[in-house]
Design a binder for this molecule. Structure first.
Ligand SMILES: *[C@@H]1O[C@H](CO)[C@@H](O)[C@H](O)[C@H]1NC(C)=O
Ligand SMILES: *[C@@H]1O[C@H](CO)[C@@H](O)[C@H](O)[C@H]1NC(C)=O
Ligand SMILES: *[C@@H]1O[C@H](CO)[C@@H](O)[C@H](O)[C@H]1NC(C)=O
Ligand SMILES: *[C@@H]1O[C@H](CO)[C@@H](O)[C@H](O)[C@H]1NC(C)=O
Length: 320
């Protein structure tokens, strides 16, 4: 059971998820994995003495954000209960590591709500490690999440951009990531997309900002489509409007070359003597393919061998 706990798995999660960040799809996988881990923590029974609160490590994902924008830090332990509020008996508190700053502090800029810490707007001095403590009568645990707030300039782009990859000559979709906290329970979300600083025209046949989603459809991806994109939605809070932007670095990859396997033998009718065993090798040229990615099978009268000869008189041999 110990090995399932985030504190043990922590370093591994950080490494693998740095790689995950390379692609949008894989990134989603990672979030799913983490939800399961968080759930494991939730379901573990612990009896803790008052005041004893074990630290379960740092959340795998660091939040890289820009100053002036709303930021939401989700308490890692309640990640799996996203959208539902924590159990009423549980007390959830935040504090910032190595800082006298109480969280949420005085003033309206930070508040805790439904297992998350809202910062609106974020300042560069908000950067740091935030520790979330969840405690009830019988259970307590702590996890931390790191926030880094960057200046809103072009020089910050390499640090704050999400990496996404599309395939050359096909249509592809960019996803404006990590907006869930701002888009749930909303039907009026409109995503503005920019390539560099140019607003992408909705009606041009190349790009389509898919209505009601945070997706950008790109037709017939070309090498020139690579580069930095920006997507942005608006949040209204207490009469003020805030933009929430995400930056994406799009890489365009070549379609993988696939070669079609070619059967070398048998190509002719095979003679056999009645009553003797017969082995017929099937030789195939795989080209750039590998045995791992190639499926090879025999049929008799268009039927698979084990169905055509259920008694096993004729069988397929192993691949070599
Ligand atoms: C305290 O929290 C733990 C973990 O979420 C849960 O299993 C337990 O039932 C809770 N206890 C009480 C008294 O609410
Ligand atoms: C808090 O800061 C101390 C001193 O820099 C460090 O040793 C510790 O690991 C930090 N805790 C977390 C949760 O990051
Ligand atoms: C949000 O972005 C829009 C479009 O770029 C801009 O006109 C507006 O001034 C921005 N609002 C804020 C609060 O930065
Ligand atoms: C394949 O079809 C031929 C002609 O219909 C038949 O004689 C033969 O028994 C069939 N073989 C198998 C394995 O079904």
């Amino acid at each position: 059971m110990q090995s399932c706990r985030p504190q043990m798995a922590g370093p591994q999660i950080s490494t693998s998820c740095a790689l995950w960040k390379l692609s949008g799809t894989k990134f989603i996988l990672c979030v799913l994995v983490m939800s399961i881990l968080a759930f494991t923590v939730q379901s573990e029974e612990h009896t803790v003495a008052a005041g004893d609160c074990p630290f379960h490590g740092k959340h795998y994902k660091t939040e890289f954000r820009v100053e002036g924008e709303p930021v939401v830090l989700r308490c890692p332990q309640v990640w799996s209960q996203f959208g539902t509020s924590t159990s009423p008996q549980a007390l959830l508190t935040w504090r910032k590591n190595n800082s006298a700053q109480t969280v949420p502090g005085e003033g309206p800029r930070m508040w805790a709500e439904d297992g998350a810490l809202w910062v609106l707007p974020a300042l560069r001095e908000d950067s740091g490690t935030y520790i979330c403590t969840v405690r009830n009568a019988s259970h307590c645990d702590e996890m931390s999440v790191e926030l880094r707030v960057f200046e809103n300039t072009e020089a910050s782009l390499p640090f704050i951009s999400y990496s996404q990859i599309l395939t050359l000559s096909a249509s592809g979709v960019l996803v404006c990531p990590d907006l869930r906290e701002f888009t749930r329970n909303r039907t009026d979300v409109r995503t503005r997309w920019y390539k560099g600083s140019v607003l992408l025209d909705q009606d041009n046949g190349k790009f389509l900002s898919v209505e009601g989603t945070t997706h950008l459809l790109i037709h017939d991806v070309s090498v020139e489509d690579a580069g930095y994109y920006k997507c942005s939605i608006t949040l209204a809070h207490e009469g003020r409007h805030y933009n929430i932007t995400r930056n994406i670095k799009l890489r365009v990859s070549q379609r993988k070359k696939e070669t079609i396997p070619v059967i070398i033998s048998p190509l002719q009718t095979i003679s056999a003597s009645l009553g003797s065993p017969l082995t017929i090798p099937c030789k195939v040229f795989l080209g750039a393919g590998t045995p791992m990615t190639t499926l090879l099978w025999w049929t008799a009268n268009s039927t698979q061998i084990d169905s055509a000869y259920p008694g096993g008189r004729v069988t397929e041999g192993p691949q070599q």
